[in-house]
Ligand binder design. Structure first.
Ligand SMILES: *[C@@H]1O[C@H](CO)[C@@H](O)[C@H](O)[C@H]1NC(C)=O
Length: 232
């Protein structure tokens, strides 16, 4: 059964040019071949040669920095995270932040890879387990939008550079009463040295592995993640 508000969500995501390979039919994402958003951005910014290329190995070496571009400019070029990138466009306060050149808007965007998004046990707009709000996303468009917003903003670290070990609340936690008692997140290096394992960054406390830094621009960085943050 298709509930009307799901269609509304789907429509808004579709106009945002969200690409997705979700196999779950009710999940409100659209045709993976769509690159409408890319084209729109490309017409306003000649990004061609400046687009950071995907890293050859999971480290930062590609991210040379580009002071003129914003996260908003480079997000559409990152196909491996385009499901998550599409969700960010649905949240206007975040869109403004990612476009902003103000130093106070610097952001480290933690973007789960498409593979992580496809493997989620439930959709980002569905209620979290143990949700006691008494309002169900199944019957409330507002609730579904709120759940989606929380999901996305849990992946927004409102600083950049974000130093190793620097504990910080995500944008969602900072904006919500509920989040005041919520967790701080930080990152650590694992492996490397004598461990015999490739060194990698992990987002703590959930030990979410950072696949790479896919972009470093004037207002922050985009990190791709092998899993999602604070999701049950
Ligand atoms: C914002 O990010 C830029 C680019 O990485 C950096 O040069 C600047 O120091 C940062 N500003 C703040 C306030 O963190």
């Amino acid at each position: 059964m298709r509930i009307p508000y799901i269609s509304i969500l789907a429509a808004s995501l579709a106009t945002a040019g969200v690409s997705a390979a979700f196999s779950i039919p009710r999940f409100p994402f659209v045709d993976p071949s769509s690159n409408k958003h890319n084209q729109r951005v490309m017409t306003t910014n000649d990004l061609g040669p400046q687009i950071p290329m995907p890293p050859k190995k999971p480290s930062d070496q590609n991210a040379g920095g580009n002071g003129d571009l914003t996260i908003s400019d480079i997000l559409p070029s990152q196909r491996q995270i385009n499901i998550f990138a599409g969700l960010t466009r649905d949240i206007s306060s975040l869109t403004s932040r990612l476009e902003s050149q103000l130093p106070s808007s610097n952001t480290t965007l933690l973007a789960p890879l498409n593979s992580a998004m496809s493997n989620l046990p439930r959709k980002p707009w569905e209620d979290r387990p143990g949700d006691t709000s008494g309002v169900s996303a199944e019957s409330s468009e507002d609730k579904a939008a709120k759940n989606l917003r929380r999901f996305v903003l849990e992946h927004v670290v409102p600083v950049s550079p974000w130093e190793e070990g620097q504990k910080i609340r995500t944008l969602w936690s900072q904006e919500n009463e509920e989040g005041k008692e919520g967790r701080e997140i930080w990152w650590e290096r694992r492996g490397g040295g004598d461990s015999g394992e490739t060194e990698r960054k992990v987002i703590m406390p959930g030990k979410v592995v950072v696949a790479g830094v896919v972009g470093r621009v004037g207002n922050g960085e985009v990190w791709s993640l092998k899993d999602v943050v604070n999701y049950e």
